[in-house]
Design a protein around this ligand. Structure first.
Ligand code: NCD
Ligand code: ZN
Length: 345
């Protein structure tokens, strides 16, 4: 008999973009209804660069998730060339900042204030290493002469390896990995290196985005790669390795900003995050490893307690809405209009 329902420890989402203002109010509950905690990315239009800004943003998120009072946003700071290391470490020690995020300048949405050369902030990263504060990395090189499909693999040798050689104890999460190169790198590194994997990078390759017409709602960064990479990611996620954990990278953009001559990168995957991940584990005959990937590996890496509640998914078909929100706030959810085989209840 095939599995009809599955109950697991409540998962956390280790990579989330909640935005601000009306968009925050609209999207936050999709994350909060499923997950106990979420790592909140700091790339707002005005980036979250200080402990004070992170504390204020946390309050706005808590206000937007009043209906789910158990939800805990875990805040991050956005590293810049001029970030204040003392404020960062103090924010971590006070429990306001869980981690700090490295965006190479101009790598992705709202990253213009990112780091121009990682070496510039080595003293800051050394302070983080000493404090045990995790570094979350958007791992892509940004030089114009590097092909977009090669940017993650090249980042490993140009930036990640020298960084870890210089700071062998630094805790690093290689965020939203999209290549076999990154999966292999993380698997063969020490226990202080882990990675998040999105549901969409487990489900789509670059053909899904580009063949038969360009599908802007499947465009995100790092961009989906060729099939061999998707297969390697599926293997890594479902292998049972404690180095890989759930991070949706849900990143809502207004429909008009996606369906545009210069469309924004980001996939709004929060609404059915758990159903999509579970489908992958089912297809790979690895449901027994789903709970560790979704609910254990993340908190264990971050040295936080595992959640105590449980959640249940049932084998029941449901159709993803075509659109969420109205007017200027309308966003298209990942897999809009498609039928999913599982339902989070
Ligand atoms: C993210 C966003 O829109 O904030 N976009 C994306 O394609 N993933 C930024 C990011 O995580 O790169
Ligand atoms: Zn992201």
């Amino acid at each position: 008999m095939s599995t009809q329902s599955i109950t697991i420890t409540q998962p956390d989402d280790w990579h989330v973009h909640l935005r601000d203002d009306a968009m925050l109010t609209q999207v936050a509950s999709y994350t909060a209804r499923q997950f106990g905690r979420a790592i909140i990315m700091p790339n707002l239009a005005t980036p979250v660069t200080t402990t004070a800004l992170a504390a204020a943003y946390r309050d706005r998120i808590l206000a937007a998730t009043k209906g789910q009072p158990d939800f805990q946003p875990l805040m991050t700071a956005y590293l810049t060339d001029t970030i204040d290391a003392n404020d960062l470490v103090q924010g971590h020690q006070q429990g306001v900042l869980t981690a700090a995020k490295l965006y190479p300048a101009n790598a992705t949405t709202n990253s213009a204030f990112g780091v121009s050369d990682v070496k510039t902030i080595y003293p800051v990263l050394e302070a983080m290493q000493k404090a045990g504060m995790p570094l979350l990395v958007h791992g892509e090189v940004v030089s114009h002469d590097v092909d977009i499909f090669d940017r993650e693999a090249l980042f490993i040798e140009t930036t990640m390896e020298p960084l870890l050689k210089a700071m062998p104890e630094l805790k690093v999460v290689f965020e939203h990995i999209t290549t076999k190169d990154a999966a292999d790198f993380v698997a063969s590194s020490g226990d202080n290196i882990a990675a998040t994997i999105t549901a969409h990078h487990l489900q789509i390759n670059r053909n899904d985005m580009l063949v038969g017409g360009i599908r802007p709602h499947l465009y995100c960064l790092p961009v989906a790669k060729r099939e061999l990479h998707r297969l390697a990611l599926r293997q890594a996620a479902t292998s049972g390795s404690k180095k890989f954990f759930l991070g949706t990278d849900t990143a809502p953009h207004r429909i008009g900003d996606k369906e545009s001559a210069c469309g924004c990168a980001g996939i709004f995957s929060a609404p059915h995050a758990l159903e999509n991940y579970l489908q992958v584990f089912e297809e790979e005959n690895a449901i027994e490893h789903f709970e560790a990937f979704a609910s254990f590996n993340g908190p264990d890496f971050y040295r936080l307690p595992r959640n105590e509640k449980t959640i249940t998914l049932e084998k029941k078909e449901q159709t993803v809405p075509e659109v969420i929100g109205e007017g200027d706030l309308a966003v298209m959810p990942y897999r809009a209009g498609e039928v999913l085989g599982w339902q989070f209840t």
